[in-house]
Design a protein around this ligand. Structure first.
Ligand SMILES: [Zn+2]
Length: 134
């Protein structure tokens, strides 16, 4: 019998145990999970907090752009600074998201305005055609 290995989802951090890599698919995100590179028993021996921390680090590692954005300026081994950086990154993304939403709102308004004008023009054209027919 094949040994179990621990796998984690790089998107949501969910972890589970599988014998075969092909079965390692996240039940929530439906993407392939990554094998945790340590003996199964050692992973089992970690407590919840250690597992959380370990998987968090792997997720950051497997997201090159994120890791680069967060860790490039200087190697951040200090967790407080890392969290500070993550919080900063998060609020930046939140702001970006907000301005995108505003753009979408604006586009909605513009589109409705355009549709209303087109309707008006259509009515005018109809009216003109009717007049011509008379
Ligand atoms: Zn997942």
């Amino acid at each position: 019998m094949r040994e179990l290995s621990a796998y984690f989802c790089p998107k949501c951090g969910h972890y589970a145990y599988f014998q075969l890599p092909k079965n390692a698919v996240c039940c929530g995100c439906h993407i392939s999970m990554r094998r945790i590179n340590m003996p199964f028993q050692r992973f089992m021996d970690m407590d919840c907090e250690e597992r959380d921390r370990y998987i968090s680090c792997r997720i950051i590692e497997t997201t090159p752009s994120l890791a680069h954005r967060i860790c490039a300026p200087d190697k951040l081994y200090d967790q407080r600074r890392l969290i500070g950086r993550l919080t900063e990154e998060y609020s930046k993304l939140e702001n970006e998201n907000q301005s995108l939403n505003q753009t979408v709102d604006w586009m909605h308004k513009t589109i409705w305005e355009q549709l209303r004008r087109m309707k008006e023009l259509e009515l005018k054209v109809e009216e003109l055609e009717k007049r011509r027919e008379r």
